[in-house]
Design a protein around this ligand. Structure first.
Ligand code: FES
Length: 336
């Protein structure tokens, strides 16, 4: 069959350019409502429409009281972030046909955090912005009062930012993070990714202070539990978890890591693997928690011993040199 005939055959295929969907939207007004509810809006959509287009249609045609944030309509301001079927999206970039293909013709639309809803899809982002401000999200460089030129950065140097500058502060990662929900002091993935953005910027002159700030116990990079929820939630593919892990490494490289349980555990883990190719759990607990801290875990230690889970007398593994090579290549030597 020639290419032309294929094109003709394709042209005869019916192409659905319209379909009917239902938006099941979270409704709540903190001023008047005791409990939230969901309200369904059914509408015809075209192939090119975004979720924001549909919300605008609902607001202008069916219910002018519907509240949601939006500004740029180009995925830049981050204000329109909501959850669709538990997945964070920027409403202005989320194609409705694609969402309906993935989740079906009824789509549940929720605010980023239902417990913080002020009105419908609008949430109180005070804590998010406080965390963001706390990491000083601006360049700290001495450029003088009247610089004669812009403080430019070479394209190759921007690679160190690893896409952290693409963050639009939508808050999707922050409200999807279980540590943020459990620990009121935790800075959260967005603020930590922003801290990384400036630590990695060769023009910034405050990297040691920034690293010390995000190293604080209960608040900083070592309190991340590596659940990867922030990576799943981010609609701009910033992957905050990668930046958080890099911040930990940078702290070691700069010698500014505090002597916390988490950082001691990381060091002990690496040393143990380097020494024997095995994870020495007993040494790791003692090195992380200290002798007295380790005594609290004696029951677990005996249980592990009984089940042969402590590599006592196990010695070094074969081909330890291969493991050491891997550890060395994974420990980046790049200095800021
Ligand atoms: S309206 Fe600005 S990111 Fe969607």
């Amino acid at each position: 069959m020639s290419d032309r005939i294929i094109v003709k055959a394709l042209k005869r295929l019916p192409i659905d350019n319209e379909r009917e969907i239902t938006l099941r939207i979270f409704r709540f007004n903190a001023e008047f409502d005791a409990l939230p509810s969901y309200q369904d809006f059914t509408l015809k959509i075209s192939r090119s429409q975004t979720l924001l287009d549909a919300l605008n249609s609902v607001k202008s045609g069916a219910d002018a009281s519907l509240a949601y944030r939006r500004s740029c309509r180009h995925g830049i301001c981050g204000s329109c972030a909501v959850f669709v079927e538990n997945q964070a999206v920027l409403a202005c970039k989320a194609n409705l046909f694609e969402l309906a293909d993935r989740y079906g013709d009824t789509l549940r639309i929720d605010p980023l955090d239902k417990s913080l809803a002020i009105k419908d899809l609008i949430v109180d982002k005070t804590r998010f912005w406080e965390s963001y401000r706390a990491v000083k999200p601006w360049l700290e460089a001495s450029v003088g009062d009247a610089p004669k030129s812009e403080n430019l950065i070479a394209p190759a140097a921007t690679e160190r930012l690893d896409g952290a500058d693409a963050c639009v502060e939508c808050g999707a990662c922050f409200y999807g993070c279980p540590v943020v929900a459990a620990n009121g002091d935790f800075l959260g993935p967005a603020a930590l990714a922003k801290a990384y953005r400036f630590v990695a910027d060769i023009r910034d002159q405050n990297a040691p202070d920034r690293l010390r700030f995000i190293d604080r116990v209960k608040a900083g990079a070592w309190d991340c539990v590596k659940c990867y929820k922030c990576r799943e939630a981010c609609p701009k593919e910033v992957s905050p978890i990668d930046k958080i892990l890099r911040l930990r490494e940078m702290g070691f490289e700069r010698g500014v890591n505090s002597d916390s349980v988490a950082s001691r555990h990381a060091k002990s883990f690496k040393n143990s693997a380097f020494k024997s190719g095995r994870l020495d759990e007993a040494a790791s607990v003692i090195e992380s928690l200290g002798i007295f801290g380790a005594l609290r875990h004696m029951r677990e230690a005996f249980a592990m011993l009984r089940r042969g889970k402590l590599p006592i007398g196990a010695g070094k593994i074969d081909r330890l040199d291969e493991v050491r090579k891997l550890i060395k290549s994974a420990s980046r030597k790049e200095r800021l």
